[in-house]
Design a protein. Structure first.
Length: 161
């Protein structure tokens, strides 16, 4: 699959079984319950979120997803996950690009995230996508205990604003 073949669209209720399947199949992904994802889809929820899925158009199946919390003018990238059998196939980049575009619509100027210090693949992706390290939280993660790397990225629209 090529990155330009990935179709990114808003997550909907019927996607949740596959989203849970992907998340539960990855040790690095948060293992949220279905109600957490449902709240991410609720436009009237107290916490505003952007939730997107990536589809492989050839197989017509969801291969990844992303969820971000919006607290204008900032957002937190809560999770991005790509199915194990689709990793390295160019799914995460389009997901990050699409969530950035959606966040701009919510007047977000800066996106923050945290990632395990041992997750080199994710760190490379984030750095390639313009995120820079802004700090660390010692011993933040458990099982195993390790640091969280804090990263941020400024967002700009195509016209530079």
């Amino acid at each position: 699959m090529k990155p330009d073949e990935v179709v990114v669209r808003p997550m909907v209720e019927k996607d949740l079984a596959r989203v849970l399947e992907i998340a539960n199949g990855l040790k690095e992904a948060p293992h949220w319950g279905i109600d957490t994802y449902r709240r991410a889809l609720d436009p009237g929820a107290a916490v505003r979120r952007v939730a997107l899925v990536a589809e492989d158009p050839g197989q017509r199946r969801i291969v990844g997803f992303v969820v971000a919390t919006v607290v204008t003018p900032e957002a937190e990238l809560e999770t991005i996950a790509v199915a194990a059998d689709a990793q390295g196939a160019g799914v995460a980049g389009p997901l990050l690009g699409a969530v950035g575009e959606e966040l701009l619509k919510h007047r977000v100027a800066e996106v923050h995230l945290e990632v395990r210090s041992s997750n080199e693949r994710a760190l490379r992706l984030y750095r390639r996508s313009g995120f820079v390290e802004t700090g660390r939280r010692a011993g933040y993660y458990s099982d195993p205990v390790e640091d969280a790397v804090l990263m941020s990225r400024r967002l700009e629209s195509a016209d530079g604003t």
